[in-house]
Design a binder for this molecule. Sequence first.
Ligand code: FAD
Ligand code: A2P
Length: 273
Amino acid sequence: LMTDEKTAAAPVKPHLPDAAKVTSVTHWTDRLFSFRVERPRTLRFRSGEFVMIGLLGDTGKPLLRAYSIASPAWDEELEFYSIKVPDGPLTSRLQHIKVGDEIILRPKPVGTLVHDALLPGKRLWFLATGTGIAPFASLMREPDTYEKYDQIIMMHTCREVAELEYGRQLVDSLKDDPLIGEMVGDKLLYYPTTTREPFARMGRVTDNLSSGKVFADLGLPPMDRATDRAMVCGSLAFNVDVKAILEGFGLREGANSDPQEYVVEKAFVGDGI
Ligand code: FAD
Ligand code: A2P
């Protein structure tokens, strides 16, 4: 009888392990989108960390990728900012998620782009290309950022103007944010640039640091180990080039277990698309 009942039952939608329900989706360009999901009650993380998220693959096994949490640690929801790789195993499908869908979210946050991995300083530089702005979208909304530093400089470079829009709107929304707007005040200096489309400011993060253009434009002294701290997130090539520049200013790479003057994380693995 039991067996008969089971066979007769309607097919059940497979329940995702570590499921998180999508609450909003925004498409920024044909290659970029962001989305928010319900935050698992038990998930604690430090602003700047990443988690593994994904969907069920065709074989029924989870297809997971690393994603920076773009929302701050105090937010009731979790936000992610994502690339769309046309034939990417995950993002070719993830780009089609809708409100009410479920993703898989492994609740084990990790990462080096956290305040604990840096020694105290006066100025904090966020250096990013492309989706590498995601951890800084979290850290720019984190009260600790403004409690620990006098000035925060967000340098973000993309090929085209439209690719800067997610970051631009986020920075723009900060001053009216009821929670941290007052803390942000004039402390955050935003320095977006493009490299392949005319824009108010142009050039690679690396070139604008090496030439001293960004210091001149913002009226800041050059980086100094005594006062400046940096967090870096971009392609491997970007990270390697930025590290050399930071080391040239005398900054040393730190980690959770050994805080120093700068920390680095890859925004993705591979050569880019
Ligand atoms: P994959 O097979 O994973 O990638 C295919 C190729 O696409 C890669 O070889 C690379 O050349 C290119 N690519 C992948 N991701 C990117 C990207 N973000 N920007 C430009 N080119 C890319 N991705 C995000 O979109 N947002 C994040 O917040 C994010 N955080 C990450 C944090 C860490 C620590 C790491 C290691 C990766 C992160 N990634 C992030 C990349 C992400 O893990 C996947 O690679 C991405 O979602 C594409 O998955 P896929 O299966 O479609 O293609
Ligand atoms: P550029 O247009 O001069 O290559 P991508 O889309 O290739 O990941 O690049 C995103 C942004 O990062 C682009 O503006 C690109 O500039 C810049 N970029 C790529 N590689 C480096 C690097 N090694 N150092 C500094 N900026 C880089």
